[in-house]
Ligand binder design. Structure first.
Ligand code: ZN
Length: 87
C-alpha cells in the first residue's frame, strides 16, 4: 500500500464584511423611524421608541402576583398486576 495523497487545504472562508461581529462595540445611538408611531427617533437599538415603550409598559404591564399551584398527584393509568399485588 502506498501513502495516501496529502489532503489539499480548504479555501479560506470569506465572511460578509457588512455583518456585525460580537466583538464590535454596541452602537451608541442610531436614527430610524419608530416601527410603532412612525416618528423619527434616535435610540441605541432598533425597536419601539422610548415613549412607545413607556406606553406599552403602562398598557400591557401587570402587577406581579403569587401563583398558587396545586400539588402534583400522579395519575394511575395502569392497574397493578396480580403478581405485584400477590401477598
Ligand atoms: Zn414610537
Amino acid at each position: 500500500m502506498s501513502d495516501p495523497a496529502p489532503v489539499p487545504a480548504r479555501p479560506a472562508i470569506v465572511r460578509d464584511p457588512g455583518a456585525m461581529t460580537l466583538t464590535e462595540p454596541a452602537p451608541d445611538t442610531q436614527s430610524y423611524t419608530c416601527p410603532r408611531c412612525q416618528d423619527d427617533v434616535v435610540e441605541a437599538w432598533y425597536g419601539p421608541c422610548s415613549s412607545c415603550r413607556a406606553q406599552l409598559r403602562a398598557d400591557q404591564g401587570g402587577e406581579a402576583r403569587e401563583i398558587v399551584q396545586e400539588d402534583y398527584v400522579p395519575k394511575m393509568n395502569v392497574t397493578p398486576n396480580a403478581v405485584a399485588t400477590k401477598d
